[in-house]
Design a protein around this ligand. Structure first.
Ligand SMILES: C[S@@+](CC[C@H](N)C(=O)[O-])C[C@H]1O[C@@H](n2cnc3c(N)ncnc32)[C@H](O)[C@@H]1O
Length: 220
């Protein structure tokens, strides 16, 4: 069950990101991502932040009026967070989870004082625990920037199974990729309904898997 209480019905978020009073790591987003990629390779998986075209494609079709809770996994410097925050209604909670401390500091500096957005430095493979600590047991959409295919099998399962347990009926699991369609079959083994949206205007070109209807109990 969601634990969020509905607010009045304004059409836009009354708490847009303000100028940042929080100290932020030095350098532009692309430089922070590049440095993290050079240091950590597979755990970052991408040398540049997603483009705004990619970010918009990830969240395209979300029903902002009905969504009560959205969780973002592996937010990096926040390109998807930014597009989501623009559209977020006051009654919707956005929980953003990023493991890398430097990237997480950038996120906290970039999105300060947004009352319905919580940024957590933590491990997304345990996102059910992080949500439970906040009294959240159900989410409407999972937006994943995690490099899932390069995760060890048990961690990939942890993310997908946690998603299956926590997604509300009609909810979606949305996974971005910079290797278009390569893992289509893998997601089809986990979900009943998998659609792929190609995004050419990204560095490198990529896309988004939008998955529904998790198949419980699936193992490789
Ligand atoms: C491909 S980048 C995507 C960043 C961002 N979403 C974007 O679109 O530009 C993957 C991100 O996942 C983060 N990440 C990797 N493993 C993680 C984990 N176990 N928990 C949380 N974040 C993780 C990395 O630190 C990195 O920021």
């Amino acid at each position: 069950m969601h634990n969020q209480s509905p607010a009045a019905d304004p059409k836009s978020n009354p708490n847009p990101p303000a100028a940042s009073p929080v100290s932020s790591p030095n350098g532009p987003d692309w430089w922070l991502m590049m440095k993290a990629f050079l240091k950590q390779g597979r755990r970052i998986a991408s040398f540049a932040p997603s483009s705004r075209f990619m970010a918009r494609k990830v969240i395209d079709g979300i029903n902002w009026d009905s969504a009560r809770c959205i969780v973002e996994l592996g937010a990096g410097t926040g390109p998807i967070t930014a597009e989501t925050v623009k559209r977020l209604r006051p009654h919707t909670k956005l929980v953003v989870i990023e493991l890398d401390p430097t990237l997480c500091s950038r996120l906290k500096a970039r999105f300060p004082n947004v009352s319905n957005v919580e940024i957590i430095q933590g491990d997304a493979t345990k996102f059910d625990v992080l949500l439970a600590e906040r009294g959240i047991s159900q989410v409407d959409h999972v937006l994943s920037g995690l490099p899932l295919p390069s995760f060890p099998e048990e961690l990939r399962h942890a993310v997908l199974e946690t998603s299956s347990r926590t997604l509300a009926e009609g909810g979606t699991f949305r996974q971005l990729t910079v290797m278009p369609l390569i893992y289509y079959k893998m997601y089809c083994r986990y979900f009943d309904d998998v659609r792929f949206r190609f995004v050419p205007l990204n560095l490198p070109p990529g896309g988004v898997y939008v998955c529904r209807g998790f198949r419980p109990g699936y193992t490789d």
